[in-house]
Design a protein around this ligand. Structure first.
Ligand code: ADP
Ligand code: MG
Length: 604
């Protein structure tokens, strides 16, 4: 007997299904598109375990007759095209007649549907691509599809499904995109028995953004709408609704790009949008945005990807520049008009505020120096020659600085000269001059303290537990990680829908902005959604530590007393990674006597 044999049709179907559906989000994308194609104005979704255990979608669209219902789960069954030529003219979403057949091949699948012309609907159950039961059923007009245990019969694919949370985030992102594209449809979403979203049909994108994110973003939204004439063909248009730099997030994933009204994942478009902000975004923070690009169909290939998620442009650079410029101009104009409105009020303030009287204690040159004299025996600081490393990444910075550290100084005495610009501490040691950034130094000290003692720092109960409103997305990101926060002494509890209370925090955080900390942490989790659980926790732990250190540290501009300065210098001297702050910025610069003499051309 030969080695070659034909696969049974059910196996072929399962393999082919992987082309169309890969994870819960891709299943849901197909099902929502079908519902919208069927004219639905209300779509209700239920999920369990990130869609892995249950996907159910109920729509009020046209429904199907009994015959159509039996046919629709056959491969290449479609009501949307009959010849290949139709492909280019197609206006509906799905067009290959493969989605239902694929989903039914790899899940426990049930379909209930009724069309307007029938009084009774039909329910059909499918297992391994075979119809196992059909029965008449009384139901509303529309379609109700349930797919349970996705890939239960294709273990190789099931293995690649991510943890619930990760799949849920992909689903959630998809639903936001669909809701942004289809304002006239009402979307209701439940996950694990909780209602997560309720977006009634609406008429403006602003209204939809406020339903999807939070009403508080509305005053921070900016819009633009620009057309670019093209010589050879019809124009490009770009319109967008996005948050100003005053309302940013720590995750990049809330930038939704639509090309000819289809949601696409195109890194370059999002990048061009961010570039348009021209460095006015806080570090590592990103706006929320819905971007709509319209261009002649011949200039975009939307079918490069079997799931139609990616696009290719004929003139990518032109498009990216256009987006970047439009955003930059919009922001410029806004800043100008904001300034115009405020100029009157600020005029007086500008005159009185630039010179702040120094309230710090007068410098006392006879101050005792013994308190920290030993510190500088081992004080390794970044030497002057090492100044040109500004543009390296954090890791490189730390690395480079450690590699080029000068041999330890042997000074046995050091003297605090004072505070410069309320930001830098000047210290003289036998070797020369140390210039210490008070914020960076304190941040490093606290970071190291948290590293060793964070969990064990006794939490203190807040007198007034703080109530923090969150978006449903933020809330869902945080919930599975509550034990992690408890371990860090931050006691968080869910408080009704999309609100949490913080009851206790470690002492160094008692005066910090907890809303900021909690929301930032939620965004890190969202951002890291592609990571495995242990990596998320690790990353979260790292970042949380750094953030808390940053929030609790003295700031540039804080006036410090002699005692505070001494304490800071002493503690800095006592820790290991003292040359950089947790973000990799140097804490200290060292100017040796030789450096200083060189400045003044005293040495040959
Ligand atoms: P395609 O969307 O490419 O035609 P699908 O497998 O997604 O292929 O769907 C097959 C057919 O089933 C559709 O053409 C449509 O006629 C019908 N159908 C699917 N979902 C729905 C729905 N929610 N309401 C009404 N008809 C539907
Ligand atoms: Mg379809």
């Amino acid at each position: 007997m030969g080695k070659i044999h034909l696969l049974p049709p059910s196996e072929i179907q399962k393999i082919a299904a992987g082309e169309v559906v890969e994870r819960p989000a891709s299943v849901v994308k197909e099902l929502i598109e079908n519902a919208l194609d069927a004219g639905a104005t209300e779509i209700t979704l239920f999920f369990e375990a990130g869609g892995k255990d249950l996907i159910r979608i109920i729509d009020n669209g046209c429904g199907m007759t009994e015959d159509d219902a039996q046919l629709c789960i056959q491969n290449h069954a479609t009501s949307k095209l009959t010849t290949v030529e139709d492909l280019s003219a197609i206006t509906t979403f799905g067009f290959r007649g493969e989605a239902l057949a694929s989903i039914a091949a790899v899940s426990h699948f049930t379909l209930k549907t009724r069309s307007a012309e029938n009084h009774l609907g039909i329910t059909i159950a499918v297992e391994n691509s075979e119809i196992v039961s059909t029965a008449p059923i009384a139901c509303n007009q529309g379609t109700d599809i349930t797919a349970r245990n996705l890939f239960y019969n294709v273990p190789a694919r099931q293995k690649f499904l991510k943890k619930d949370e990760t799949e849920w985030r992909a689903l959630h992102q998809l639903i936001i995109a669909v809701a942004l594209e289809n304002l006239s449809c009402t979307f209701t979403v439940h996950h694990n028995g909780r209602q997560i979203l309720l977006c009634p049909s609406c008429t403006t994108l602003t209204e939809r953004m406020s339903q999807l994110f939070e009403p508080a973003i509305v005053p921070h939204l900016l819009s633009c709408n620009q057309t670019l004439e093209q010589k050879e063909t019809s124009p490009l248009t770009f319109s967008a609704l996005f948050t100003r730099p005053s309302r940013t997030r720590y995750d990049k994933n809330q930038i939704y790009c639509f090309v000819n009204r289809r949601w696409v994942k195109n890194h370059k478009l999002a990048q061009a949008f961010i570039k348009g902000f021209r460095n006015i975004l806080p570090p590592q923070q990103y706006p929320i945005g819905a971007l709509f690009l319209t261009l002649p169909h011949a200039e975009v290939d939307i079918n490069v990807h079997p799931r139609k998620e990616e696009v290719q442009f004929l003139h990518p650079i032109r498009i990216e520049r256009f987006i970047e410029e439009t955003i930059a101009t919009t922001l410029d104009n806004t800043v100008q008009s904001d300034l115009g409105a405020q100029r009157q009020n600020n005029f007086e303030y500008a005159h009185t505020s630039s010179f702040r009287p120094a309230t710090r204690p007068a410098f006392n040159p006879t101050m005792p120096t013994t308190a920290f004299k030993n510190v500088f025996q081992n004080y390794n600081a970044a030497p002057l020659e090492n100044q040109n490393n500004q543009c390296c990444t954090t890791e490189e910075c730390v690395h480079e600085q450690q590699d080029t550290l000068v041999p330890q100084t042997t000074s046995s005495s050091a003297r605090l000269i004072g505070q410069l610009l309320n930001t830098y501490l000047l210290v003289e040691n036998e070797d020369g001059l140390l210039l210490i950034d008070q914020h960076a130094a304190h941040e490093r000290i606290l970071y190291e303290l948290f590293a060793t003692r964070f969990g064990s720092l006794a939490p203190i109960e807040l007198l007034f537990p703080q109530l923090i409103p969150l978006s449903s997305e933020e809330c869902n990101a945080l919930l599975p990680h509550l034990p992690f926060f408890h371990e860090q002494g931050i006691e968080i509890e869910l408080f009704g829908e999309n609100r949490i209370t913080v009851r206790a925090v470690p002492a160094p955080l008692k005066n910090s902005n907890l809303t900021d900390i909690v929301r930032t942490a939620a965004h890190w989790i969202l951002e890291g959604f592609t990571l495995e659980e242990t990596n998320i926790v690790e990353k979260l732990y790292e970042k949380l530590r750094a953030m808390m250190a940053c929030k609790a540290a003295v700031k540039a501009g804080d006036v410090l007393s002699q005692e505070e300065m001494l304490e800071l210098i002493e503690k800095l001297g006592a820790i290991e990674h003292r040359t950089t702050c947790p973000h990799g910025r140097p804490t200290t610069w060292r100017f040796t006597q030789y450096d200083i003499e060189r400045f003044f051309q005293r040495c040959g």
